[in-house]
Design a protein around this ligand. Structure first.
Ligand code: HEM
Length: 459
């Protein structure tokens, strides 16, 4: 006998449409995961979706022999911008393997290590701006780090400076926000409304993003260089397996996927700053390590492996923030076309052979079966053996298997550099000491209305 998967009661005909707020989907899912626990389901516009929110079930869904990425909902909608690029390709689209084999060598740990200097120097530029802000400043860390992230991704991966750390924000930032928020909302509305009312704005944000990418290709043609960066690979390197190169349109698709992906890192750091403020003893410990390892000298790549506690802060912030809030899974179709239900949890639950499922990382990352005091910020649990002992299902912040985040080494190094420099060089203070954390977002989530005062660290 299987246990029925719990679901909120909903309303006749419309199902659970009122249980998930299209304007803050992930917050609704967070609340549902807190109420229903390891698994629950909802029905919206006739489609049932199952949500998984425990480490054990997440780990089970990450078995690639049984399951694969489900390309549906918002991911299908954002194909309007990036077509069959890495993030959006269906499992059986050959474009995925071609792009992956071409691009991944430029995002492997060794390649990312070589990008350390550029990442650090751009971070220094932003932080130097903060030094000039004066006593009575108030900044949004996520807004500032979004600017830096776009600048870094565009320069480190594609070789062009946008000079967007000051002045009006680069329009690409708003276009990414508009297109991803629209992609999240579209599956919750009837198709004709999407087309009639919301289509124009969606199209114009997509055009703006594609123009950003096309401009980088044009710039590279006009400014030949021997940089071996991601853009060079996308434009020139043949796939070692098929010999194919990316078409001009595919290059645009892949370029564009990178800043959309990397925009999760500033969200993570926004949460990290909040969590550090709430746990000041962790700042003291991190500074002791940073001063011992880096001291007064230049911050270099080889310091990273010695900054275990700062790395623990980064991982613990990944856990508590769920900055990338989840990922989609479906049962892998069998070659025989078997339509029998799929069993989960050792036969406890049963889902349809083609059931769309979403791993809700908010629940997984706070699973009390794995994390003692799951709501506490304890970087120690993410260091050394304690980290190694955690089950694989508890470390899925970057997704899984074949479709794991291609930018994970880049994201970790960039975030590590920023975290280390911000903690070592600045004192932060909540602009509103009564601030209560609220979270919002689309393909990633961030603290909202979160402002701090920054001042150079008092020594
Ligand atoms: C803290 C930062 C980041 C987090 C937490 C994160 C998380 C994720 C997750 C969970 C996935 C899997 C999505 C799925 O299964 O549907 C993913 C995929 C992806 N990410 Fe990231 N990401 C981050 C940063 C980045 C960066 C810096 C880049 C690019 C430079 C990037 C580019 C991508 C791409 C292209 C994919 C699709 C990969 C594929 O399916 O082959 N991400 N990311």
């Amino acid at each position: 006998m299987t246990t029925p998967i719990p679901k909120p009661p909903g309303v006749p005909l419309l199902g659970n449409i009122f249980d998930v707020k299209p304007s803050n989907t992930w917050d609704s899912l967070r609340k549902l995961s807190e109420k229903y626990g390891e698994i629950f389901q909802i029905k919206v516009l006739g489609q049932t979706i199952v949500f998984v929110a425990s480490v054990a079930l997440a780990e089970e869904l990450c078995d690639e022999k049984r399951f694969r990425k489900y390309v549906g909902g918002p991911i299908v909608e954002i194909r309007a911008a990036v077509h069959d690029a890495l993030f959006t390709a269906y499992d059986d689209e050959p474009s995925w393997g071609i792009a992956h084999r071409i691009i991944f060598p430029t995002l492997r740990p060794d390649a990312v290590g070589a990008q350390f200097g550029e990442m650090r120097d751009l971070a220094t530029e932003l932080l130097n701006n903060w030094r000039g802000l004066g006593e009575q400043n108030k900044i949004s860390p996520v807004e500032q780090l979004n600017r830096l992230n776009l600048e870094s991704t565009t320069y480190v991966l594609f070789g062009k400076r946008l000079n967007g750390l000051n002045g009006p924000p680069h329009p690409m930032l708003q276009a990414m926000e508009d297109s991803t928020s629209e992609a999240m909302k579209r599956p919750t509305r009837p198709g004709f409304l999407n087309w009639l009312v919301y289509g124009r704005k969606f199209k114009s944000s997509i055009k703006l993003m594609r123009d950003y990418a096309a401009d980088l290709v044009k710039y590279r043609h006009e400014n030949p260089t021997d940089r071996q960066d991601a853009l060079a690979a996308m434009m020139n390197t043949p796939d070692p397996e098929t010999g194919k190169t990316l078409t001009d349109s595919e290059v645009i698709d892949e370029i564009l996927s990178m800043p959309i992906g990397s925009s999760t890192a500033p969200c993570l750091l926004g949460f990290a700053i909040y969590l550090l403020q709430k746990n000041p003893e962790t700042i003291v410990k991190a500074r002791e390590e940073l001063d011992r390892v880096i001291g007064d000298g230049e911050f270099e790549l080889q310091h990273l492996e010695q900054l275990e506690y700062v790395q623990g802060i980064m991982r613990e912030s990944l856990r508590l923030s769920s900055a990338a809030p989840g990922f989609n899974i479906e049962p892998r179709p069998t070659t025989e076309g078997d339509k029998s239900p799929v069993l989960l949890g050792g036969g406890k639950y049963q889902v349809a052979h083609n059931q769309a499922m979403i791993i809700v990382l908010h629940g997984v990352n706070r699973d009390p079966a794995v994390f003692e005091d799951p709501l506490e910020f304890k970087p120690e649990r993410m260091v050394g053996e304690a980290f190694e002992r955690l089950p694989a299902g508890a470390k899925k912040w970057f997704g899984n298997g074949k479709r794991v985040c291609i930018g994970r080494y880049y994201a970790l190094q960039w975030s590590f550099i920023l975290l280390a420099k911000m903690i070592k060089e600045f004192d932060f203070e909540l602009a509103d000491p009564e601030y209560k954390l609220e979270v919002d977002g689309w393909f990633n989530i961030r603290p909202i209305d979160f402002y701090v005062k920054v001042k150079p660290r008092a020594l």
